[in-house]
Ligand binder design. Sequence first.
Ligand code: ACO
Length: 398
Amino acid sequence: AFEAKTLLSRAGMVTLDPGFANTAACQSKITYIDGEAGILRYRGYPIQELAAGSSFLEVAYLLIHGELPGPGELKEFTEQLRANAALPVEMRAMIDALPRDGHPMILLGAAVNTMAAFYADTTDPDDSDQVDRATMLLLAQLPTVAARIYRNSAGEQPLEPDHSLGYVEDFVRMTFGGDSGSRELDELYAKAMDLLLILHADHEQNCSTATVRVVGSSQASLYGSVSAGINALFGPLHGGANQAVLEMLEEIRGLGGDVDSFLAKVKDKESGTRLMGFGHRVYKNFDPRSKEIKELAAQILHRQEQPDELFELALRLEGRALADSYFTDRKLYPNVDFYSGVIYRAMGFPTSMFTVLFALGRLPGWIAHWREQRLDPAARIARPRQLYVGPAQRSYNG
Ligand code: ACO
């Protein structure tokens, strides 16, 4: 305690705030959240309105540039993205050489990091033309990279972009080959994917976005910062949660669908088991994105001939948890990830791709924050303090 006080007196006021739960590290104009009221707005627009009426590319433009695009601007933005979607031959070879059984998030982070080498003339954070070019290349190529990683892992020949298709539509085609056999189903899946990407596009200072800002604060390139964000997102308490939800549902199915004994295990703190897809650092009443996703899940899964066992299980689990004071007392409600995995699974994605889809959605948010920080005159290199509680001085010589 003496050492900590000494540090305090030299450093001025240092607040111990584990997980930065009460520390604002920046001012931002991008996303507004009121966790108590369950409000989420991008650049002032309620998420529900954007979910109902906009497209992912409109939202990406809005987050990055601050205003919705006019029709001409959206057309130009879309055309530029499509024109830049193909990867350089050497980058394709590099992705193809990565271990095919490696987790797609590890491969995605690695591939994005190397973009700083493939596009070395777009890495100067002080040059706004280079930053615009890096923004365009990342948005244009992340779906191509993600689809290639998926095809390699599935032992299928990677597919090149088809510039005549829409951004999301082409990602779905590059992933699955576009032969579901039903045009209506392809369209529904592209629409569902578009909505999921919108709902994941930004969430102010979450772990991965804060990481992108911290790395960017040292004037690292946009690619390096986004690659770090991808790695932060991969953690099971953040973006890895949608994969963990599916694994949890499979486990409960293995228990014969016994939801109650699973919840009993969760409530036993000794077990170390959490109800994945429940709880949020900020939302303490409901997650405004979870309602949209639950509706989408119902729309997609009710098209199947057989009722979806895992979706039915998730509905039952949610119902039982929300009637249990363990969860309501702690203000634990379903978050954005509770139902998204069930939808991705119905579309045919393996669980290991779920977090990659989250990364595709979160990319415009990461870019918007990195760019905002770059232009913020108050921005400084991120360098938190600590309270030292280790040994006092001792001698190596005994
Ligand atoms: N299941 C069971 N108990 C939980 C859960 C859960 N999912 N989440 C929190 N709790 C309990 C904690 O054990 C703690 O109980 P206590 O007061 O008796 O000690 C209390 O609720 C508060 O929990 P914290 O860990 O302090 O909450 P925090 O805000 O730090 O964590 C988090 C938020 C990480 C999201 C947590 O709720 C969690 O682990 N959820 C499951 C993982 C998940 O779904 N993550 C996705 C988040 S959304 C996203 O990244 C897009």
